[in-house]
Ligand binder design. Sequence first.
Ligand SMILES: [Zn+2]
Length: 99
Amino acid sequence: MELVYSHDQLLMVNHVRNLLESAYIKSELRNEFLGSGAGDLAPLDTWPELWVAFDDVEKAKAVISNMDNESAFVWHCKGCDEENPAAFDICWQCEKPKI
Ligand SMILES: [Zn+2]
């Protein structure tokens, strides 16, 4: 297994996981529940992580880099400045509408 993606928002990691799944790449989510009660761990160690099998690493990275190139992939909330996936019409955090 190899780590292909990590983000401090579980929402984003799940989004990428869905993208990989739709490309028939199986991924494993790690650190899903560490975030809240992390204690002494450094913040980066508590980010949710997506791992894929070595055979799928190249393919997964291609999917993820395509995703990064889509400028419409995320939008920033005008209310709380949180990052939201393009598919969301309201902010997941404060529920303000997209525009
Ligand atoms: Zn917001």
